[in-house]
Write a protein that binds this ligand. Structure first.
Ligand code: NAD
Length: 262
């Protein structure tokens, strides 16, 4: 058995790269390095410039604007996937959003509009993207998304986003059941706190970040590169028996209640 990951002849769609710090980009980089052909979708035109800069110098890549909450954008995006690739091996969902007021106050004050927005953008879009991808995904295909431990334990100010991540993790299990007969796997990566645009919009993020590093079993933060390595495992044939799972890469922050003394 060879452990070198060669993804030449494979195709991937990565949804949700905003800039070089995005976890979506940390996942795309090893895919590109392994020879995978990769298409990208970005939420709005203001993000195109940053993505174009990242893609310069990579051969055979393409990108298309798609707001993941808009059915017509998803239809056009997956029509493009069909046109460019003919099929899809890997789908990466790296998308989340909650309105700022929902993360500033108490969870009990969450409005139904903010609830609907957070769960729609951060959880339902995985379901709709998987549905659009279904006819393109082949046996051996794999879907990966990003979640966070606030789905299971209270993280102050994470509020409705914690509920959205719990929905994403449950959706992962149901999607795994739906797509399993076709040989397609669905997993979600629970990443530790990392400094990205989305993370910076969480009130009190730097305190949360510092605490995670202090507490982690490895005594440090997990890195975006480590998210990329786990994604490569889950997407490729290395992860062939793994589906429906929430897999942690957080340097062991979630298994500790407090730092060890000394
Ligand atoms: P990021 O800001 O780089 O990426 C979030 C992406 O979501 C952006 O590209 C944004 O444009 C996109 N997005 C938001 N609404 C969208 C919509 N309607 N349609 C299409 N795209 C939309 O931040 P990130 O931290 O890399 O976030 C990626 C994923 O990782 C998210 O699911 C996030 O919850 C998850 N995550 C992040 C951390 C962390 O600490 N950074 C930890 C665990 C999980």
């Amino acid at each position: 058995m060879s452990l070198t990951v060669d993804l030449s002849g494979k195709t991937a769609l990565v949804m949700g790269v905003a800039n070089a710090r995005s976890l979506g980009w940390a996942i795309a980089e090893p895919l590109l390095a392994a020879g995978c052909r990769v298409g990208f979708s970005y939420q709005g035109e203001r993000l195109k410039g940053e993505l174009d800069k990242l893609l310069a110098g990579h051969a055979g890549v393409w990108s298309q604007q798609a707001d993941a909450t808009r059915e017509e954008d998803l239809a056009a995006l997956f029509a493009r996937v069909r046109e460019e690739f003919g099929h899809l091996d890997y789908l990466v969902h790296s998308i989340a959003y909650a309105p700022r007021p929902a993360m500033e106050g108490r969870f009990i004050s969450t409005t139904s509009d903010d609830w609907n927005t957070a769960l729609n953008v951060s959880a339902y879009t995985l379901v709709s993207a998987a549905r659009h991808a279904e006819g393109l995904l082949r046996d051996g295909g794999s879907v990966v998304s990003l979640t966070y431990h606030a789905s299971r334990q209270v993280v102050p100010k994470y509020n409705v986003m914690g509920v959205a991540k719990a929905a994403l993790e449950a959706a992962t299990r149901y999607l795994a059941a739906d797509l399993g007969a076709a040989g397609v796997r669905v997993n979600t990566i629970s990443a530790g706190a990392m400094r990205t645009v989305a993370a910076r919009s969480i009130p009190g993020f730097s305190g949360l970040y510092d605490e995670a590093g202090r507490r982690a079993a490895l005594g440090r933060h997990a890195t975006p590169e480590e998210v990329g390595k786990l994604a490569l495992f889950l997407l490729s044939d290395l992860g062939s028996g793994v589906t429906g799972q929430t897999v942690y890469v957080d340097a062991g922050a979630s298994v500790m209640t407090m730092p060890l003394p000394g």
